[in-house]
Design a protein around this ligand. Structure first.
Ligand SMILES: Nc1ncnc2c1ncn2[C@@H]1O[C@H](COP(=O)(O)OP(=O)(O)O)[C@@H](O)[C@H]1O
Ligand SMILES: [Mg+2]
Length: 300
């Protein structure tokens, strides 16, 4: 039995999902965006940069700031949000998208009041969403409108269709980079793809695993230099940095978030600072309305 959160259920049926999402997608772009959920994707280009650790710990930081948080494990190939938290889900996002389970049945309770829509790695990994699944996903987000304040999506590495899709489905995009030149190059490739193919222009950049006070900003400048002269009108916001911290590694081994296992760790304070900064910053509403935004991603 899936450990399900006791909050009021968010039910979603395939037919209702398709009907409602199609209706929304077809609506006019002039309607006001009523959505208050901040949907934030966390991506990196290169793997192993710290996305999942960032997602889990930012979730805890937002939870401590009184935000109702949902994590979606969108790393369908190497799903590990539940592993980082020592949880063993039976069902996954795939069961929802393929219509076998309701969202309510698949959500699991994480630390604090955090809820998690887990993914499970397996032989039959979902690598590409069908149009129907894209609609179901959007409708699922709509159903959560009154239930959560912050949605964090761990998108996985690379520039696969699903990574791009989750980036388009989120209004705010965090790109995690570290000092490895390959991580900067791959982050640039992801940004360039979202910019050239989908005209995405706004990205938040979080430097992870940095050593020294200036290191995060140096990484950010290197990414800006790579992007600036090529991508006109691109805006990159520096969200801060998380220090290299052996406590993160130890926490991964203990299958506990560093913020819980090591409250005094330097990275714990850094995650809190970054979450506070994101919370204060106005959400990027450059997409205009959610309905315009929907058309945009359904055409992707
Ligand atoms: N700031 C950090 N300091 C030290 N180790 C880190 C830090 N961030 C991540 N790690 C380590 O890097 C490894 C990969 O992190 P993970 O979050 O799984 O990356 P990704 O999701 O990008 O593949 C983890 O095992 C963790 O121990
Ligand atoms: Mg990961």
């Amino acid at each position: 039995m899936q450990k399900v959160n006791a909050k009021p259920p968010v039910k979603i049926g395939m037919r209702r999902a398709l009907k409602a999402a199609s209706k929304n997608a077809a609506s006019q772009a002039s309607c006001k965006d009523r959505r208050s959920v901040r949907a934030i994707s966390v991506s990196s280009g290169k793997g192993g940069v710290g996305k999942s650790s960032v997602v889990v710990n930012l979730a805890i930081a937002f939870d401590r700031l009184g935000q109702r948080v949902l994590i979606i494990d969108g790393d369908l190939g190497l799903a590990n949000i539940h592993v980082l938290l020592g949880l063993s889900p039976q069902y996954s996002i795939r069961d929802v998208l393929e219509g076998r389970r309701t969202l309510e049945e698949v959500l699991i309770a994480g630390p604090g009041k955090i809820r998690i829509l887990p993914a499970i790695s397996g032989k039959r990994t979902l690598t590409r969403f069908t149009d129907e699944q894209k609609l179901i996903f959007l409708e699922m987000l709509d159903g959560l409108e009154t239930e959560i304040d912050v949605l964090l999506i761990d998108t996985g590495a690379g520039i696969s269709d699903t990574v791009l899709y989750f980036n388009l489905a989120a209004q705010e995009k965090i790109i995690v980079v570290n000092s490895d030149p390959a991580s900067i190059a791959d982050a640039y490739t992801l940004i360039e793809t979202l910019y050239t193919k989908y005209r995405e222009r706004h990205f938040g950049v979080l430097a992870n695993g940095v050593r020294g006070a200036r290191a995060g900003k140096d990484i950010f400048s290197r990414l800006c230099k790579a992007a600036d002269h090529l991508l006109d009108g691109l805006s990159l916001d520096y969200l801060g940095s998380i220090p290299h911290d052996p406590c993160i590694h130890q926490a991964v081994i203990e299958q506990r978030p560093v913020m819980e296992a090591f409250p005094e760790a330097p990275s714990t304070a850094a995650f809190m600072r970054v979450a506070e900064g994101i919370r204060k910053a106005a959400p990027n509403t450059n997409h205009g309305t959610i309905r315009f935004f929907r058309k945009h991603i359904l055409n992707a």
